[in-house]
Design a binder for this molecule. Structure first.
Ligand code: NAD
Ligand code: UDP
Length: 312
């Protein structure tokens, strides 16, 4: 198949492009290189079935493809809050452009939605049927509400124009090729630990997250795209093993053998207090569940960041 991956030079997108190429597909990676980088895909460049197009999905584009994975959107709070208006445009206008393409060429389209559609959840763990608790006017809203509108657009193009859609809600995912400067907890703690610097826990570290290793997530994403049961989602994809951020900091110190000390910084506004996916639907409909435990995944991630640090 000929497959378009928007945001293909980013963390998740680069792993997805690699998997799709290994499975024998032609892959077009479309990216404006805002948070992604050529470094992430340099090893794919000499494959004649791989193509990079530098383009912003806010602008229309004409391509002929069989599948569209729409991942283009900055994902870390530091990056999506850098230019919040642009973040909304990417999620909304980008989604309309990609859905227009899907409609025109009759491609199946998968949207990388997020656990952030649940906001600061009052239901725990989060099931797909939960409508969420999102602040519409806060500093995270450009991302959360943008992704919620993108889901709405997916459903409306499906109902109105019979576009073949799939929606996944990704929970915190980590692994090699996360950007070093993206301010997310995994990259921050890893780099701090490897350099024996203070580990910056926000708040008291009692907020929880559930971390999924990248290869598990990509496996679930492809299963969802290729499921032929007309199961359109939304479906949660994530690892249900939940940790407080303080526990997480301690694990990273142990795994890296670091001398770092933990320090506390103010909790950012609207930081969700708890987050854990209910993955019953993914298990039932896709036969999917994560297989990489946190220790194994964190060791692989630490090796990646250590190599980057040594390179300078
Ligand atoms: P990332 O920032 O590494 O990747 C996003 C990619 O999109 C980058 O390569 C960036 O340059 C590109 N991009 C951004 N705006 C664009 C635009 N207007 N036009 C073209 N390209 C653009 O982030 P990631 O972690 O790989 O996330 C990928 C997708 O998965 C995002 O849509 C994100 O919202 C979603 N997601 C990720 C996570 C996670 O934990 N990693 C969790 C939930 C949802
Ligand atoms: N966090 C932290 N220290 C950091 C970076 C993040 O304690 O240096 C916390 C952050 O407040 C949040 C959690 O880690 O509670 C996950 O943050 P991240 O930005 O990775 O993802 P998100 O909040 O979008 O789930």
């Amino acid at each position: 198949m000929r497959i378009l991956v928007t945001g293909g030079a980013g963390f998740l997108g680069s792993h997805l492009c690699e998997r799709l190429l290994n499975e024998g597909n032609d892959v077009i990676c479309l990216d404006n290189l805002f948070t992604g980088s050529k470094d992430n895909i340099i090893h794919l460049m000499d494959n004649h079935r791989f193509e990079l197009i530098r383009h912003d999905i806010v602008e229309p584009i004409l391509l002929e493809v069989d599948r569209i994975y729409n991942l283009a959107c900055p994902a870390s709070p530091v990056h999506y809050q850098y230019n919040p208006v642009k973040t909304v445009k990417t999620s909304v206008m980008g989604m309309i452009n990609m859905l227009g393409m899907a409609k025109r060429v009759k491609a199946r389209i998968l949207q990388a939605s997020t656990s952030e559609v649940y906001g600061d959840p009052q239901v725990h763990p989060q099931k797909e049927e939960y409508w969420g608790n999102v602040n519409p006017i806060g500093i995270r809203s450009c991302y959360d509400e943008g992704k919620r509108v993108a889901e709405t657009l997916m459903m409306d193009y499906h109902r109105q124009n019979k576009v073949d859609i799939r929606i996944i809600r990704i929970f915190n995912t980590y692994g090699p090729r996360m950007a070093e400067n993206d301010g997310r907890v995994v990259s921050n703690f890893m780099l701090q630990a490897l350099k024996n610097e203070d580990i910056t826990v926000f708040g008291e570290g009692r907020q929880t997250r559930s971390f999924c290793y990248v290869s598990d997530l990509i496996d679930g994403m492809i299963r969802m795209m290729e499921n032929e049961q007309d199961f359109i989602g939304p479906v949660n994809l994530g690892n249900p093993v939940e940790n407080t951020i303080l526990e997480f900091a301690e694990k990273i110190i142990t795994i890296t053998g670091s001398k770092s000390k933990i320090i506390y910084k103010p909790l950012p506004q609207d930081d969700p207090k708890q987050r854990r996916p209910d993955i019953t639907l993914a298990q039932e409909k896709l036969g999917w569940q994560p297989s990489i435990d946190l220790e194994t995944g964190l060791k692989a991630t630490a090796d990646y960041f250590a190599a980057r640090c040594n390179r300078g």
